[in-house]
Write a protein that binds this ligand. Structure first.
Ligand code: GLN
Ligand code: ZN
Length: 754
């Protein structure tokens, strides 16, 4: 009997082998054949890990060279016209990365994760067709490697189309029948592969608020899919939230199983009741596929026993809450982590054992010796975490529990009068978002210092030289509010994490973000505090080099939290307060050191939004409170800026206003003034810096173009309310692009002011 499963396994490789092979292939250093060999080796190794861990149901087709949604486009022939003529091997990567004749397809975040998928373009001219080779080959390959049961993973047709872009006159979901026909053909085709086959069809769109509008498609779609072949068992898989509306529908069809996430949706009572009265098998995701801590198996057992009281054991399978794609690969290569902390962690490979042990416990099976060891070690980890000195800092806990004030002392209307007098900036002040180009030399300097290859003095000298050059350049072009350029930071979260108590860093904890790109989120394991100032030295150094105003640059508490792996033994609201207090202290030190403007970046504020309406107001409340707490150290005369890397504020404009920043800079360059209108509509009072040119492209905007952009902005907001700046930080650009672009920007402002 199948007692446990894994939703999907990471594919990048434990040493990022796939990343390396891909990048060599792209740069022409290796042949396609070599890339394919690496991929084959990885797939085999990943099956072996799961086989050895005694996973009963192992995924096929969870491997991808770039992205599963992209693979699905190939499987079903959803190829945009501009790539149609290319041969298969060119086509795939051209769709993902563009080529000299065609721009790449758009990419966006997969639900509320930091994984990015390629957005399908299902315009009227797309003709679906079936190309099942990848799936068939990978199934045969896996079958030869293991005697365990296999399941073929597919992105579901409703989710695929719901996440697609249409054209002006087409709605991708209108094409559902046609696409389902191809899925049916695919199922028929793969049904020949074995006597019995299990297919996991992922439909995570049903964990979002869009579910209500989409559930009507479930019965017609899944009736067809379940009739395709009598030897196929279909699992309707969801993750990241509850999917109650969908469960109610899908049980009416002949699907075999339903997958639910019991980590991110704690209360699934209603769905469980529905399943109880059906014959469906429940795939219960209990081991967290999105966080890095060892599971507290006793707590998991409590949840499981509630499930067991409703669903009989012969219809219950235990597994991960989602694909393990979202966690790092293995702890095997971590040599520098504090052993106490390492003992609290569990990455993808380690989670396999947890899945099996938990499933055995739920199924009341005697644990084997190794199983017992894992159970004991997890129990011990939970105990030591509760009392460890590394984690628990009484002073921090006291400070948080004594918090009463979250607001600045003076209301915005009064502050801004004081600030304008003090800072004396004129109409349409110009600034940038913080970073200047991160050159190869700069990276080398930081790396060399980190590795101990150069002295602190040598490192500081180089960083200061960079700052000097940034300041000189900004004065030369005539910007009003300057920045130091962030040369000392390789990442806007890691830089702060490294200086805070309560943070640890893995050496190899990479998680795929998109394509070959991986990120290594810091590990927030304990009570957070700031032992000493983090940015004051650099900022005051930069200020000492100019008479103009130097803007201090910090990352906000919500962004630091959203881009870290966060401890799961304390509510996120509490953790964010600790981070907010660390930023609070930094702001106070900066202003006491003479810094008059401080920017607190909240790039990840919006992506932290919950998937379900019912959780939004709680998130907004704690996110706004924590941001406000962090900046409440600022005196009335200290001007607080914030920056967000997007521009669609329609749904959250009131929340943005409630953050009470004096100035917000946002990304609008690609949308003209369209998205700014909401600021006017709601009577937004604070100052706004809508990006006047797009920094995501190497193009240099002309003076005329920026003049037009500024004039368009002035149609929406009054000149007294506007700042002029680029879209976002300039770290990914080259100096050859940045210099003329900023020159043109300042020139354009002069013309408009005139
Ligand atoms: N201050 C940061 C920078 O300029 C902001 C980056 C961001 O918002 N993504 O790089
Ligand atoms: Zn940005």
């Amino acid at each position: 009997m199948i007692k446990n499963y894994v939703t999907g396994f990471p594919r990048i490789g434990e040493q990022r082998e796939l990343k390396k092979a891909l990048e060599e292939f792209w740069s022409g250093k290796c042949e396609l054949k070599e890339l394919e060999n690496v991929a084959k080796e990885l797939r085999a190794r990943h099956i072996k890990y799961q086989d050895e861990a005694k996973i009963d149901l192992i995924s096929v087709n969870d491997f991808s060279f770039y992205d599963i949604m992209l693979d699905n486009m190939i499987t079903f022939g959803a190829i945009p016209a501009r790539f149609r003529e290319l041969n298969a091997s060119e086509q795939y990567f051209a769709m993902a990365r563009g080529n000299k004749n065609a721009v790449a397809m758009e990419m966006t975040k997969w639900f509320n994760t930091n994984y990015h998928y390629i957005v399908p373009e299902v315009t009227n001219d797309v003709k679906f067709s079936l190309n099942p080779d990848k799936i068939i080959n990978e199934y045969k390959e896996a079958k030869a490697l293991t005697s365990k049961k296999l399941k073929i993973n597919l992105v579901g047709p409703i989710t695929f189309l719901a996440l697609s872009k249409g054209g002006f006159t087409s709605n991708p979901l209108d094409r559902l029948d046609e696409l389902v026909e191809k899925y049916t053909e695919l199922l028929k085709e793969i049904s020949k592969l074995d006597d019995e086959l299990i297919v996991q069809i992922d439909e995570p769109i049903f964990v979002t608020d869009r579910a209500a509008g989409l559930v009507k498609f479930i019965v017609p779609t899944y009736e067809k899919l379940t009739s395709a072949a009598s030897n196929i068992k279909i699992i309707f898989m969801t993750y990241f939230e509850h999917a109650t509306e969908a469960v109610k529908e899908v049980v009416k069809t002949k699907i075999w199983g339903v997958g639910l996430d019991f980590v991110h949706a704690s209360c699934q009572q209603e769905a469980l009741e529905v399943l109880k009265n059906s014959d469906k098998v429940l795939f219960a995701g209990l081991i967290d596929g999105r966080n890095v801590w060892k599971a507290n198996l006793d707590k998991k057992l409590e949840i499981a026993s509630k499930i067991k009281s409703i669903i009989p054991l012969d219809r219950l399978v235990i597994g991960t809450s989602c694909s393990l794609l979202h966690v790092p690969f293995t702890l095997k290569y971590e040599e520098k982590l504090n052993p106490e902390i390492k003992n609290w962690l569990s990455f993808a490979v380690e989670k396999l054992a947890e899945v099996r042990v938990l499933a055995n416990l739920v199924h009341e099976k005697e644990l084997c010796e190794i199983g017992n060891e894992i159970y004991k070690s997890n129990k011990e980890a939970a105990l030591t975490r509760a009392t460890s000195k590394l984690i628990n800092d009484e002073a921090v806990q006291k400070r948080v529990s004594n918090l009463t004030k979250f607001e600045r002392d003076t209301p915005y209307e009064e502050r801004i009068v004081i600030q304008r007098k003090e800072l004396d900036y004129g109409i349409l002040p110009t600034t940038t978002i913080g970073s200047f180009p991160q050159t190869t030399e700069l990276r080398q300097v930081r790396n060399a210092y980190k590795k101990g290859l150069i002295s602190k003095e040598a490192y500081e000298k180089d960083i200061k030289t960079y700052i000097d050059e940034c300041v000189a350049f900004q004065e030369e072009v005539g910007l009003d509010v300057l920045v130091h350029g962030e040369p000392e930071r390789n990442d806007m979260v890691e830089y702060f994490g490294e200086q805070l108590n309560g943070y640890a860093f893995s050496q190899n904890g990479w998680v795929q973000s998109y394509g070959s790109r991986c990120v290594k989120p810091p590990l927030l394991f304990g009570d957070v505090s700031r032992p000493k100032p983090m940015t004051v030295e650099w900022i005051t150094y930069a200020q000492s080099k100019t008479q103009k105003i130097m803007k201090g640059m910090l990352t906000g508490p919500i962004t630091i939290m959203n881009w870290s792996f966060v401890r799961d033994d304390k509510p996120r609201g509490e953790i964010a307060k600790e981070l907010a207090l660390a930023i609070y202290d930094e702001i106070d030190d900066l202003q006491n050191a003479g810094i008059k403007i401080i920017q607190v970046d909240e790039a990840a504020f919006k992506e932290g939004y919950p998937l379900r309406k019912e959780n939004i107001s709680a998130y907004e409340k704690f996110a706004v409170d924590c941001f406000k707490l962090s900046v409440s150290a600022a005196k009335a005369s200290t001007q607080i800026h914030t920056h967000m890397c997007y521009s669609e504020f329609n749904d959250i404009i009131k929340t943005i206003e409630a953050m009470d920043a004096d100035v917000i800079s946002i990304e609008t360059a690609r949308s003209g003034n369209e998205l700014l209108k909401i600021f006017k509509e709601v009577g937004y009072k604070q100052e706004v810096g809508p990006g006047v040119y797009d920094i995501h492209s190497p193009r240099i905007p002309s003076v005329e173009e920026i003049v037009k952009q500024i004039n368009d902005l002035l149609l929406v907001l009054p000149k007294e309310q506007l700042w002029i700046n680029p879209d976002c930080g300039l770290k990914t650009r080259k100096w050859e692009e940045v210099k003329p672009s900023l020159k043109n920007m300042v020139e354009a402002v002069k013309i408009v002011r005139g």
